[in-house]
Write a protein of this length. Structure first.
Length: 159
């Protein structure tokens, strides 16, 4: 629980290893990586490891979700800034790409590139719309929490 005046926010989830019903972790190559993430009041999310780590390619994996979280956070930060700055966004789409590689002996994300394609209403300032991506990056909670580069390559289209 947060105290009055606190800026702290909590986000809770429960993870259940659903793959356990297929057998225990007797061998690395053999056990199921399937699990379910539960968040109160929301639909459950089945997950697995990435296919490169013997997971089910049909399910979301933590790597997918991290890239998606960065993309969604950037969009939400950007949309809020545009709304407050008189830029009317009428369409937004992003093709985000994360890269993992071995660094310092550990497999880790080394970069995520966001490629938002933003359509703004006639009368909106294209250069201001482009510049707001920098500000959105600076205030994105998720981007501020990772230790790798998050770049953005926006395309702004006037409707």
């Amino acid at each position: 629980m947060t105290s009055p005046g606190s800026t702290a926010h909590r986000f809770d989830c429960r993870l259940v290893w659903t793959g356990a019903q297929k057998g225990g972790t007797t061998r690395y190559e053999a056990y199921s990586r399937e699990a379910r993430i539960e968040i109160d009041g929301k639909p459950p999310l089945p997950v697995s490891a990435a296919p490169a780590f013997l997971g089910d390619p049909a399910l979301h994996n933590p790597e997918d979700l991290l890239v998606a979280a960065l993309s969604a956070c950037h969009f939400l930060s950007y949309a809020a800034l545009c709304a407050r700055s008189g830029i009317e966004v009428v369409a937004y789409e992003d093709r985000a790409e994360g890269t993992m590689d071995k660094r310092d002996g550990k497999m880790r994300f080394t970069e995520v590139v966001l490629r938002p394609r933003v359509t703004i209403a006639v009368g909106s300032d294209v250069e201001k719309a482009r510049a707001l991506h920098e500000r959105a990056h600076a205030i994105c909670f998720i981007a501020s929490s990772v230790n790798f580069d998050v770049r953005h390559e926006p395309v702004i289209i006037l409707a």
